[in-house]
Design a protein around this ligand. Structure first.
Ligand code: 8OZ
Length: 360
């Protein structure tokens, strides 16, 4: 029987166990949107994870939507990330970077002078973002023109190349949590006509073009994707999530990707939103590759889910923030540290690198 603690080959990446640190925004980047020394230490402390998915990282200055997130567009950022990947590899860990474009979840004050957020639509999101002025409503976006899409895809390709130059084992394309790619996927946001709007096929086109570009650049075996069919973070659900995400998975299935990462239910919230059923097992049946699940897993559910073959990998978010030695604690059945929720976003070492590990 397979357990959570067994190794697994995931595309080109060999993992020591099936416990994944989920991508987690912590807003502790230093000047130039670079990971600093505290971030090196934070990931080093968590390197016993089978895989770390490093936090969502904007692929270009225009892709940013929150204060102090670390980017992957500049040479300085590549150098800064090298310290992170080196530290994780020295501990025997594996680490991929989540490639992020926020789309319309941004504010002009976070963008290069004169720019507004871009999206599939020019409709403003009913959402706020964190800026130097605190939490404020997002700016009205402009709809990307079809002829701007090739440059956008080029930004993803360059970011993937940069991630490999920074020493990452691969990348995860962030197609979840109602950011840019999901703003194209869902008919609740995407009001375009033309090749990127209308049918499910057209709304999925951007995701597939990005995926092929990234996989073509760094190898499919180093490319993963994250999806969140039922998350309503900054946008309503699609009118037919089962059909939309069923098509997405069917299209991704033959590409030979490292893994597919699916958030069940509402990201960071309930796994089973009231009155909103979704058949995740149907997606899994349609996907032949490595299957990662996330959201609200505890030890028992994670052990059972892997033992039952319902997932190959389980990603843990908040448990990995509070408990750097989560793998050992899960193995021993030891209790986890308490999360300091007031230290999640921004700040320094407190609630970031000062959580204790078990002695001995
Ligand atoms: C929390 C705060 C800011 C960003 C996501 C990247 O939801 C995020 C995020 C989460 O995927």
């Amino acid at each position: 029987m397979t357990t959570l603690f067994d190794p697994i080959q995931m595309g080109d990446i060999a993992l020591a166990n099936r416990i994944v640190m989920a991508p987690l925004t912590r807003n502790r980047a230093i000047e130039g949107n670079k990971p600093g020394p505290l971030t090196v230490e934070y990931y080093r402390q968590r390197a016993t994870a089978g895989l770390i998915v490093a936090e969502a990282s904007p692929i270009s200055p225009t892709a940013q939507g929150y204060l102090d997130t670390p980017g992957i567009w500049s040479a300085e950022q590549v150098t800064a990330w090298q310290a992170v990947t080196k530290a994780v590899h020295a501990e025997g860990g594996k680490i991929v970077l989540q490639l992020w474009h926020v789309g319309r979840i941004s504010h002009t004050s976070l963008l290069p002078a004169g720019e507004v957020p871009v999206s599939s639509t020019d409709k403003v999101a009913d959402a706020s973002t964190f800026t130097s002025e605190g939490f404020i409503p997002v700016s009205k976006p402009r709809a990307l023109r079809d002829d701007e899409i090739p440059a956008l895809i080029e930004d993803y390709r360059k970011a993937a190349r940069n991630a490999i130059a920074a020493g990452f084992d691969g990348v995860e394309i962030h197609a979840a949590n109602t950011y840019l790619i999901e703003q194209f996927l869902r008919d609740s946001v995407n009001d375009r006509s033309g090749p990127y709007g209308g049918s499910i096929e057209n709304r999925t086109r951007l995701l597939l073009e990005v995926t092929r570009a990234v996989a073509g650049e760094i190898g499919a075996g180093r490319t993963g994707i994250r999806l969140s069919p039922m998350t309503t973070f900054t946008a309503p659900l699609d009118s037919n999530p089962q059909a939309l995400y069923g098509y997405v998975v069917e299209q991704l299935a033959p590409l030979g990707l490292a893994y597919l990462h699916v958030i069940e239910g509402e990201t960071g919230g309930t796994r089973t939103p009231e009155g909103k059923p979704f058949d995740y097992a149907a997606l899994h049946r349609a996907y032949p590759g490595v299957w990662m699940l996330n959201n609200g897993y505890d030890r028992d559910l994670a052990l059972q889910t892997v033992a039952d073959g319902k997932a190959d990998l389980i990603a843990f978010g908040r448990p990995f923030i509070s408990t750097p030695d989560l793998v050992r604690r899960l193995r021993d059945g030891a209790p986890l540290n308490e999360l300091r929720a007031d230290k999640l976003y921004g700040g320094g070492a407190e609630g970031y690198t000062d959580y204790p590990t078990l002695a001995g």
